[in-house]
Design a protein around this ligand. Structure first.
Ligand SMILES: Cc1cc2nc3c(=O)[nH]c(=O)nc-3n(C[C@H](O)[C@H](O)[C@H](O)COP(=O)(O)O)c2cc1C
Length: 337
């Protein structure tokens, strides 16, 4: 399919440098708690995208050796470059967590969360709560910067009011503290995911900074991504929710910006992705947990396909991964026999 808005032909246009890390491509899979686990990242990476992000990882959890938290750091060479996102509010704890992650050797980028607006996180003074505290944020940023030699990025929102000034101010503090790139999801703390992301603020941030800016928010299709790149001049785009139902979207965006065209996946390719995710989930989570999760996850992929309601109904009742695979085959019209 042709895409009119933007084609980037030179290598220089397509590359982004975060500290010494050269990234070839324009797409970043967003950190999505509960979603961007290793198997999902693997799937999106295999289909095509430049950078993947972990789910957010509690610095406190790492500090107290929580096994559940450490599991979130499970990674694989094939998915790299990987950005590991930390959250927390204590500078020492965050610095130690960053050093620990670097020492493990799993991450290419350490990202710090300044955007999470979930009550449980905000109550601890972490996530978007930090955007109200520029002094405390500066101390945290300097402590983490000192603790790691890895590329260090932050992910922020607009702030607590509609002006966007808190984002502009925090970004300047971060750049001065040695942060190497900033992702902006331009919605306020109170908005959650409501309303429309204010892409003008991405442009404003980009104009005022020397370090790369990654734009995020409301990219649902290739045209949205090329429009954000053209309009804001951001260095790369980050895609979250839309990748949950279309794991092909980031590869489509890469194709569109490099060649001006992209392919819409055939239903057959969507079914192969569903089978692949099933296998990856079972290998990572084990049969029982995988099956429970796949009942919902696989349902997202068939959005818009004919007969998806009946497929979803059957999917909700699967008890084994074999049943999931048989259902996918039957839906595709292939005899599983
Ligand atoms: C289910 C879910 C989980 C998320 N988890 C995180 C997270 O762990 N860390 C983070 O920085 N943002 C998180 N976000 C926000 C996304 O990374 C992204 O900023 C937001 O969804 C806007 O981008 P989109 O319009 O492409 O979805 C989450 C969003 C959703 C919907």
């Amino acid at each position: 399919m042709p895409t009119p808005a933007l084609t980037l032909n030179s290598d220089k246009d397509i590359k982004m440098k975060i500290k010494e890390l050269e990234i070839k491509g324009k797409t970043v899979l967003a950190p999505l708690a509960g979603i961007t686990n290793l198997p999902f990242r693997q799937l999106v990476k295999e289909i095509g995208c430049a950078v993947v992000c972990s789910e957010m990882v509690s610095a406190k959890g790492l500090f107290y050796n929580s096994e559940k938290t450490e599991t979130l750091l499970t990674s694989m060479e094939a998915e790299r470059p990987l950005s590991v996102q930390l959250f927390g509010s204590d500078p020492d704890c965050l610095a130690q967590a960053a050093a620990f992650v670097e020492q493990l050797g799993v991450a290419d980028i350490i990202d710090l969360n300044f955007g999470c607006s979930v009550k449980k996180v905000v109550k601890q003074g972490a996530g978007v709560a930090l955007m109200k505290e520029p002094k405390a944020s500066e101390i945290i940023l300097k402590a983490v910067r000192k603790a790691t030699t890895l590329p260090f990025t932050i992910k922020i929102r607009s702030g607590w009011d509609g002006s966007g000034q808190q984002a502009i101010d925090l970004a300047a503090i971060a750049q001065d503290a040695g942060v190497d790139a900033i992702t902006l999801h331009p919605r306020t703390a109170g908005q959650g995911f409501k309303g429309i992301a204010n892409w003008d603020l991405i442009q404003q941030l980009k104009e005022g900074l020397a370090i790369p800016v990654i734009g995020n928010g409301d990219i649902t299709c290739v045209a949205d991504a090329t429009r954000m790149l053209a309009q804001t001049k951001c260095d790369a785009v980050m895609v979250g929710r839309a990748a949950m139902s279309n794991p092909y979207l980031l590869a489509q965006i890469e194709d569109a910006v490099t060649s001006g065209t992209y392919k819409t996946p055939e239903p057959r390719e969507i079914f192969r992705a569903m089978e692949r995710l099933t296998d990856l989930y079972v290998a990572y989570f084990g049969e029982n947990i995988a099956v429970r999760m796949l009942r919902g996850r696989l349902a997202w992929f068939v959005k818009g396909l004919p007969g998806c309601a009946a497929f979803r109904k059957d999917l909700a009742r699967i008890e084994t991964s074999g049943q999931a695979l048989a259902l996918i085959r039957a839906y595709e019209g292939v005899d599983a026999g």
